[in-house]
Design a protein around this ligand. Structure first.
Ligand code: GDG
Length: 497
């Protein structure tokens, strides 16, 4: 059945489990990710479709149905599963996307690895995604493509289906031309993005950077800029911009540029936070902590998340402040998503080394300064830790948005707790009531965590109240509305041309 909305996202929108020899599609156990949000868009269309990949030994004859129909609480939609071999997945996702694109997107030029990239494979996989999307889309449908691993899909799709509206959302940062143009495939990638009706980012800086890249490679005829909403100006911080582009014209076509920060499902988190089990867990964590302060840090194991920088700052804090020894504990949750990748294995080793060294230097029989957790904590438990923490310490070196800091704020119905946030997380342009820190500066890192530990109740409450207003205003639904508005603008623009 043709679909009015086709979402192209590399992961499938459910968990596939085999029960009594039968395959069943279950809703994702972890409801905090972006997947449920995207699925909720199916509620407002007659029929939706989702395109994702699925591992197959023989892609010409996969041992599964290519397209399945799903009915769940989000509505009725098809899921088109693109059969890819393990080699194709490794090349397109783990090598090209993670070793070449990811470091450049996050400004780590020295980590960029060009040699192993199999560009023809990347093209083939993206072409296959575009074909699958073209097969599902109704006349004039919206096709919504997500993230850099599908960068070439819009260009191919435009060739296959000139009638559809294409919107592309970047979950990562987007760097300026000096950095982006390190990629030798820059022109092909940007040409594909310019085939979109809407190119979306979290914040104005990334949108401006994209326009700077487009201008460096193509003749861009017109650029319209507007002032950034005051809600997204965090005075003097690294990622703040004062104006943002709203559309550009290239080859007579208008490409809308949108900047809208992804938010969290505040209602869901509030519900989790209000559960009796969560309250019991909070009490037991607090009992365990006694009069000690709990600093919480949560993120994926990735060099962009700045794990070792943070641990080293904690080490310096204990060196310089003997009065804090035995009085503070850091719970560092760093979850490995890609254990088989060398770059991530190195980060994991470095984190373990730093934590081990600090624990060895300062720990005692009854006090371990750092609790390192390398496996995922269930979300319901995570919410209890968010509520029990005195400080949530989020210090990425670069991060498209960062949802952990917003989840922490959404969990704090008690209006207590301090957020220390890197100014290099996209969220910093909204959350200026956090203690903002620069992870590239020892002095800034060390003084921020100390300020957070010493903050009095009145200031904590004032800051948390402001943070909560922002996180509630720009929750996941606000982002959804913004995306729909962008689709509509694009539709109006196309009929006008
Ligand atoms: C990309 C961009 C952008 C983490 N540890 C556990 C756990 N998590 C969950 C958190 C949060 C999610 O993972 C992480 O989201 P982030 O936004 O912080 O980071 P990325 O995974 O890098 O996501 C990022 C995002 O896309 C959205 O556009 O914000 O900048 O890099 O939801 O809760 N969840 C559970 N246990 C854990 O131990 N259950």
């Amino acid at each position: 059945m043709p679909s009015d909305l086709v979402i192209v996202y590399h992961r499938q929108p459910y968990e596939e489990v085999v029960e009594n020899g039968k395959t069943k599609f279950k809703e994702n156990a972890s409801p905090n990710g972006i997947v449920p949000t995207l699925k909720s868009f199916f509620g407002s269309v007659e029929h939706g479709a989702w395109v994702a990949w699925k591992l197959a030994e023989d892609t010409a004859n996969p041992d599964f149905e290519r397209v399945v129909e799903i009915s769940d609480s989000y509505g009725d939609y098809s899921v088109s599963r693109l059969p890819l071999t393990a080699d194709q997945v490794r090349e397109f996702y783990h090598v090209t996307s993670k070793e070449a694109f990811w470091p450049v997107l996050h400004g780590f030029r020295e980590r960029y690895n060009y040699d192993p990239v199999d560009w023809p494979n990347f093209r083939e996989v993206n072409w296959a995604f575009a074909e699958a999307a073209a097969a599902e889309a109704a006349e004039g449908a919206v096709v919504w493509v997500h993230d850099y691993n599908l960068w070439l899909v819009p260009g191919y799709l435009r060739q296959l289906r000139p009638d559809v509206r294409i919107s592309f959302f970047h979950h990562t940062p987007f760097p300026a031309a000096d950095m982006f143009n390190v990629l030798p495939w820059r022109k092909e990638i940007v040409a594909s993005l310019l085939a979109c009706d809407v190119v979306g980012f979290h914040i104005a800086r990334y949108a401006s950077n994209f326009v700077s890249v487009a201008r460096s490679l193509f003749d861009v005829e017109d650029i319209v800029r507007v002032r950034v909403d005051d809600d997204f100006i965090s005075e003097g911080t690294a990622l703040t911009e004062r104006t943002q582009p709203t559309h550009i014209v290239h080859n007579g076509r208008t490409v809308h540029i949108s900047a809208a920060p992804v938010g969290v499902d505040v209602e869901y988190i509030k519900k989790q936070a209000a559960l009796e089990e969560t309250a019991d867990k909070v009490v037991s964590i607090r009992e365990e902590m006694a009069d000690r302060k709990l600093i919480l840090s949560v993120g994926r194991t990735d060099y962009t998340k700045g794990g070792t920088v943070q641990l080293e700052s904690f080490g310096r804090l204990l060196d310089a402040h003997p009065e804090l020894r035995g009085k503070v504990r850091l719970m560092h949750v760093s979850v490995s998503a890609n254990r088989n990748m060398t770059a991530y294995a190195e980060v994991q080793d470095a984190i373990e080394l730093a934590a081990g060294r600090i624990n060895g230097k300062h720990g005692s029989f009854d006090w371990t300064p750092i609790t390192l957790i390398s496996r995922a904590v269930p979300f319901s438990e995570l919410v209890a830790y968010y509520q029990a923490a005195d400080v949530c310490w989020i210090t990425p070196l670069a991060d498209g948005m960062n949802l952990v800091c917003k989840e922490f704020v959404a969990s704090r119905q008690d209006e207590d707790g301090v957020l220390v946030l890197s100014e290099f997380a996209g969220a910093a342009v909204e959350l200026n009531a956090a203690v903002i820190t620069n992870p590239y500066s020892y002095r800034s890192m060390d003084s921020a965590i100390l300020q957070a530990l010493n903050m009095d109740r009145a200031e904590r409450r004032d800051r948390m109240k402001t943070l909560r207003q922002v996180v509630e205003k720009y929750d996941i639904r606000a982002w959804g509305r913004e995306q729909e508005r962008a689709f509509e603008l694009a539709a109006a623009g196309r009929t006008a041309h």
